[in-house]
Design a protein around this ligand. Structure first.
Ligand code: 5GP
Length: 191
């Protein structure tokens, strides 16, 4: 997706060779025009599939996921990383290792919001080692729902997640796949 790639090249900051900071349009300040375009793009890519819900993880997945859901005219559900009185007691849970924070955490989705009649599209901001997508797909399985695929805004193709998830038989569609990156150079996989 050209608009996204241009934003990454203009505004992305590479940290420690394997983390891309995109705080100016995706992870802190959010560009609504870009999110709108992302929503349209994923809706087009997955237009051959019947999708009943979009699933993501708080907090960075929420912005792209809500635009995809709006375009598909279905609800968006996000997995929570913390418990609170607002969360139902009946939840599906999975353990996820955080690539950026280097810790394990539990993600939870209320049993009220996904069921075995759902066809689910997972959306996330980044794909690195694939742990977030695996955790979400476990929750989809627990609910007995169908997983249609995973839509990723930025895949870091030089890390293992993409191959791992695809080998599991999950359809992965990424809007920008980074082949390599260093402090002053980012290259993308050719479309
Ligand atoms: P994975 O579970 O695939 O290892 O990592 C994906 C999750 O980690 C994403 O949900 C994202 O929040 C975070 N993440 C992974 N790599 C990056 C990165 O390079 N930049 C940013 N901003 N977040 C990342």
């Amino acid at each position: 997706m050209d608009l996204l790639k241009a934003k990454i090249l203009d505004e992305g900051i590479v940290i420690d060779t394997d983390v891309l900071k995109v705080d100016s349009f995706l992870n802190h300040q959010i560009d609504p025009n870009l999110m709108f375009a992302i929503g349209k793009e994923f809706a087009k890519i997955f237009s051959d599939k019947k999708i009943t819900k979009v699933l993501t993880i708080e907090s960075s997945g929420i912005a792209p996921a809500i635009f995809v859901a709006k375009e598909l005219r279905v609800p968006m559900v996000y997995a929570k990383k913390t418990t609170s009185v607002n969360l139902d007691e009946e939840t599906y849970e999975a353990r996820v290792h955080s690539f950026t924070k280097k810790i394990d955490y539990i993600i939870r989705v209320s049993k009220k919001f996904i069921s075995n009649s759902d066809s689910i599209l997972i959306i996330d901001d980044f794909l690195a080692n694939g742990q977030a997508i695996i955790g979400l797909s476990e929750i989809v399985d627990m609910a007995g729902a169908k997983l249609v695929g995973a839509g990723i805004v930025i895949e870091k193709g030089f890390q293992d997640g993409g191959a791992l998830i695809r080998e599991m038989g999950i359809r992965v569609e990424s809007l920008a796949i980074i082949d390599s990156m260093s402090e002053n150079h980012i290259t993308f996989k050719k479309d």
